[in-house]
Design a protein around this ligand. Structure first.
Ligand SMILES: C[S@@+](CC[C@H](N)C(=O)[O-])C[C@H]1O[C@@H](n2cnc3c(N)ncnc32)[C@H](O)[C@@H]1O
Length: 270
């Protein structure tokens, strides 16, 4: 197959930027090429230019989604950035809420949503939160959402989960699925997953008490970051907690926010 040409690369990058906000600089060309080439070969197509025509055309939404699945980076694991879960626990201890609605807004395979579910389930058992809590996980990638719904994980991704929680909330795989665990149905029932593009208008979702938007802003340019954060924050109730990845720097948005700890903010009560 012929190498990815600069002009074709720019067309693919522009298509992804316009549709889902991903900002690919010229240095990402080898990455894009290596992620798409096997798919193009499997389809028996001549090369990148034909593949661009297919995903840019109106006729094959499924293949566009496939390209999105291939071009998004979905790295995640349980209890990533544990200080954020500690803060949430402190907040619940302080406020003793009867209900709690949580949104994991770039949920990937669901690790963040199920980590939160483990924490909330424990707190419910200890009588520190009421029974009415729920978690919504959304992502642009179909592939990760299908996997999140099955809630089956390689054990390594749960390396930060305590042995007690593993016992309480996970089922070990049988011989066929050795090294894998599945989240038990009592937690799966609390977590819903659905597709949502952070670069489009969000309607009828919130309000949420807690929003995680972690480790996705790094894939957007400054303008898109600000727009996405402001859009997401319309779904957070005043007084609620908002988390981004600690490595993602300052949030450049129009919505006022108070810093609580690195990567964690509170939306002020007006
Ligand atoms: C690196 S993962 C972050 C997972 C998790 N929040 C964490 O911190 O471990 C980033 C996720 O953002 C999703 N994503 C990228 N662009 C998106 C968009 N425009 N709308 C919704 N999700 C998007 C990707 O599909 C990917 O699963």
């Amino acid at each position: 197959m012929e190498a990815l040409r600069d002009d074709t690369y720019r067309k693919i990058a522009t298509l992804m930027y316009d549709a889902i906000g991903l900002s690919f600089s010229d240095s990402k060309k080898p990455l894009i090429s290596s992620r798409l080439a096997p798919r193009i070969q499997r389809l028996g197509m001549d090369g990148f230019e034909d593949y661009f025509a297919l995903i840019a055309g109106q006729t094959d939404a499924g293949e566009f989604q496939m390209a999105v699945d291939l071009l998004t980076t979905n790295e995640t694991y349980f209890f990533r950035e544990p200080a954020h879960y500690d803060l949430l626990e402190e907040e619940i201890n302080r406020t003793r809420p009867r209900t709690l609605a949580v949104w994991s807004a770039a949920a990937s395979f669901g690790d963040e949503a199920f980590s939160t579910a483990m924490l909330l389930a424990d707190m419910q058992t200890q009588g520190r939160i009421g029974n009415e809590w729920s978690i919504l996980g959304t992502d642009i990638s179909d592939r990760v959402l299908r996997s999140a719904t099955e809630a089956i994980y390689p054990q390594d991704r749960l390396r930060n989960v305590s042995p007690e929680r593993l016992k309480r909330y996970c089922l070990r795989g049988d011989a066929e699925s050795e090294g894998m665990v599945q989240i038990q149905s009592k937690l799966r029932e609390r977590v819903r997953f659905g597709q949502l593009n952070l670069c489009q208008e969000i309607q009828g979702l919130g309000p949420f008490d807690v929003v995680f938007l972690r480790n996705v802003l790094i894939y957007f340019d400054v303008k898109t970051k600000g727009e996405v954060v402001d859009r997401v924050l319309t779904q957070l109730r005043p007084g609620g907690l908002f988390f981004i990845g600690t490595a993602e720097g300052r949030v450049a948005c129009n919505t006022p926010l108070q810093t609580v700890i690195p990567g964690a903010f509170r939306k002020p009560v007006a």
